[in-house]
Design a protein around this ligand. Structure first.
Ligand SMILES: C[S@@+](CC[C@H](N)C(=O)[O-])C[C@H]1O[C@@H](n2cnc3c(N)ncnc32)[C@H](O)[C@@H]1O
Length: 283
């Protein structure tokens, strides 16, 4: 039996709607081949004859939703992805922030953290900076909608392409901050003390996350439509201190959405929120 035969457009559309409902990710018929490729094995594993029955499972079994979210999200990431960003953070952002915030602790949000490489890369830069400025303090929160991928982020155990990339680009940092055993490398205690991961849907109000000085919202806006991007950016901005920095992904820009962010340089924005606006919002 081939469950991929003749899947009715109405079933495809209903599955796209489920993706949108649970993740905010916008899909259309051009994504069908990808989506069915991701769901096929799950549908077969549940012993279901076709995708229509899987829709019924999604409607009636809340426990299925977490697996569904794990399957439909794209988790591609790497250590120090987009080198320009990391140069900016090390050479510009961290020294400037430290000079202008004496006595404060830097709070960083890796807002679509996937398997954690972005959060751990940030932690490595912060540790390197702390080696020069002993008074520097920081905390990093990594969030994602997928519980499955967050388990990998928390484990901090990497192998294969992920760790090979780090070995090529930053061998000294790998040596310093990871414990390597054979082909596997585990994040060491020095970084773990500063990084926590938790589940968060970017479409939800970020109240319980607190306020951040730096937000990495990278390679996730591309999955949302314009309305979705606006909603997510407004939520993210609520969790940012005035003048905090937002960094987006290589193929992302805020130029099509009106936000309270001001362009600083490609991929880098500042929260231009004024105090009166914040007071009004929190009144
Ligand atoms: C391609 S990865 C980006 C990882 C990392 N930020 C980077 O740039 O390398 C996109 C991540 O966004 C997450 N994601 C998708 N929709 C989300 C949502 N509504 N809320 C939170 N995370 C979401 C996915 O689970 C996935 O791990």
């Amino acid at each position: 039996m081939d469950i991929d035969q003749d899947v009715e457009p109405s079933v495809q559309r209903a599955l796209f709607e489920q993706v949108r409902r649970h993740t905010g990710i916008a899909m259309n018929e051009r994504k069908w081949t990808m989506l069915k490729g991701r769901l096929r094995r799950r549908v077969m594993a549940l012993g279901l004859p076709d995708y229509r029955d899987y829709l019924q499972v999604l409607d009636t079994n809340a426990d299925e939703i977490d697996d569904f979210i794990d399957l439909v999200t794209t988790n591609e990431t790497s250590f120090f992805r987009t080198p320009r960003i990391w140069d900016y953070l090390a050479q510009s952002f961290l020294p400037q922030w430290f000079a202008t915030h004496p006595g404060s602790a830097l709070r960083v949000w890796s807002a679509a953290a996937s398997s954690g490489e972005e959060a751990w890369s940030t932690a490595m830069l912060c540790e390197e900076f702390r080696a020069r400025e002993a008074a520097f303090r920081y905390a990093i929160v990594g969030t994602d909608i997928s519980d499955g991928i967050l388990a990998n982020a928390r484990a901090g155990s990497y192998r294969g392409r992920s760790i090979e990339g780090l070995r090529q680009s930053h061998p000294a940092l790998l040596q310093k901050y990871f414990r390597s055993e054979g082909v596997q490398a585990d994040v060491g205690e020095a970084l773990r003390a500063h990084v926590a991961f938790r589940r968060h849907n970017l479409y939800a109000a970020p109240r319980e996350l607190g306020q951040f000085d730096l937000v990495l919202l990278r390679n996730v806006l591309i999955y949302f439509d314009l309305e979705g991007q606006k909603a997510v950016l407004a939520n993210v901005r609520r969790a940012m201190r005035p003048n905090a920095v937002l960094i987006v992904g290589e193929s992302e820009s805020l130029s099509r959405v009106t936000t309270g962010f001001t362009f600083e340089q490609p991929l880098i924005y500042r929260n231009g929120q004024h105090r009166e606006e914040r007071d009004h919002e929190h009144a």
